[in-house]
Ligand binder design. Structure first.
Ligand code: PMP
Length: 426
């Protein structure tokens, strides 16, 4: 059955003329299968509809922001109510204080909160706070870890300068010796250690954090006076109702949040402990839209659902079902599928698939069967998912795996992914 995607194609053609490259950043379809839609019309619950009217069960959840379902009635009602009262005003509403209180009550290391718009705002503000606190410059972070698209951390440094990325040392995630060597190299200039809550880099297997690594990062910060920052922008609220490193028993000084904290409305946050309060108060950070009240109203409702529902237990249960169901179906079809990371944020990669040709074909086949999966980035479960959704995903996977079985010997390399095996850059 041929898919009609004429509206998507038409929009792409028009975009070419008025948007550089037709699209930018993570939604550039340059690194997705050719049949993936670039433009969408709407979302509701667990589904998104592309501009050609095709619905998909969406395992990307907008790259994280959708935690309680698209267009969640309770959260969006709070958003719309506040929109009617006022959103971008000359100053914040009382909701800012209420939300800061709710976040501080929820996250055990946090004594204060500051709000911004994107995850990158929060991670950049964390870095600035750490440098203000320590009056030192060097930041240690893990190779391949994503912390946003500002010049200091953007993965593709075209248009940035070496100075933008100065005073940084990269280490290997979960490798204590490499972390210790980075700290030694920083000498007496260490401002902070950044840590992703788990290794969630693109294109490779994900890895849980080792408790020993997390504890050593804490100790090294305490020894040097540097601040420990957990970047929970992506994983926040999908592993714990607290900072994700509480799961390994380590409390950071700062944590960064975004994506799902307002269930898709534009809001991010930097949380910190008292130790960093004075420094956070001393830096100049702001933005025209940072005090918007409607996303804060949405965040308060989102956190209410976090506290009063069993969403976390449910997404873990769904994730377990998805993982074991896929394991069964892939081995029955004769494939070894590596499923890594927490079950609420899964990534699937096929064995013997260094250039992802199998992954691309499988993902296209899933799309054809009404499920939007990602071939090389971790996915996200949301609390709107039902047993029926998981069943539908597994049925689609059965069909997609059978199609892959038939085609796997004839699949050609995907030219746009050549960098994976040639070592070039994307
Ligand atoms: N940190 C992490 C761990 C992320 O996953 C992201 C976004 N993918 C960011 C920071 C940046 O967030 P944003 O895209 O909202 O700026």
């Amino acid at each position: 059955m041929a898919r009609t995607n004429s509206r998507d194609r038409e929009l792409r053609d028009r975009a070419e003329a008025v948007i550089p490259g037709g699209m930018y950043g993570h939604q550039s379809t340059a690194l997705l299968p050719d049949d993936y839609p670039q433009f969408f019309e709407r979302g509701e619950g667990t589904h998104i509809w592309d501009v050609d009217g095709r619905p998909y069960i969406d395992l990307m959840c907008a790259y994280g922001p959708n935690l309680f379902g698209y267009a969640n009635p309770q959260i969006d009602a709070a958003f719309v109510r506040q929109l009617g009262l006022g959103d971008t005003l000359t100053g914040p509403t009382a909701l800012m204080v209420e939300l800061a209180e709710a976040m501080v009550a929820m996250v055990s290391h946090a004594d204060w909160a500051m709000f911004c718009k994107n995850g990158t705002d929060a991670t950049t503000m964390a870095l600035t706070t750490a440098r203000a606190h320590t009056r030192k410059k060097t930041v240690i972070r893990a190779k391949g870890a994503y912390h946003g698209a500002a010049p200091w951390c953007v993965p593709r440094p075209v248009g940035t300068t070496e100075n933008d990325r100065a005073h940084q040392i990269l280490c290997d995630y979960n490798n204590i010796e490499s972390l210790e060597a980075a700290v030694a190299e920083a000498g007496d200039d260490l401002a902070c250690i950044f840590a992703a809550p788990f290794k969630h880099d693109a294109f490779i297997d994900q890895a849980e954090p080792q408790a020993g690594y997390a504890r050593r990062a804490r100790e090294l910060c305490d020894l040097t006076g540097a601040l420990l920052i957990v970047d929970d922008v992506r994983a926040g609220l999908r592993l714990a109702r607290d900072c994700s490193w509480t799961k390994v028993g380590v409390q950071p000084d700062l944590s960064t949040w975004g994506k799902c904290i307002a269930n898709g409305h534009g809001l991010s946050a930097l949380l910190g402990s008292d130790k960093a309060r004075k420094a956070a108060a001393s830096i100049f950070v702001t933005g025209s839209f940072w005090f918007q009240a409607a996303p804060m109203a949405a965040a308060i409702e989102t956190l209410r659902l976090v506290q009063t529902s069993d969403y976390l237990e449910r997404i873990f249960a769904m994730g377990e079902r998805l993982r074991s169901g896929l394991q069964e179906r892939s081995s029955a079809a004769g494939f070894s599928l590596r499923q890594t990371g927490p079950v609420t944020m899964p990534l699937f990669l096929f064995d013997d698939d260094p250039d992802l040709r199998k992954g691309f074909y499988f993902s296209s086949q899933m799309l054809e069967r009404g499920v939007y999966v990602h071939p090389w980035h971790n996915m996200f479960l949301c609390a709107a998912m039902s047993d029926a959704d998981i069943e539908a995903v597994l049925n689609a996977a059965e069909g997609a795996l059978a199609a892959l079985r038939q085609q796997s010997h004839t699949l050609q390399p995907v030219p746009k992914l050549a960098f994976l095996t040639t070592g070039g850059t994307r």
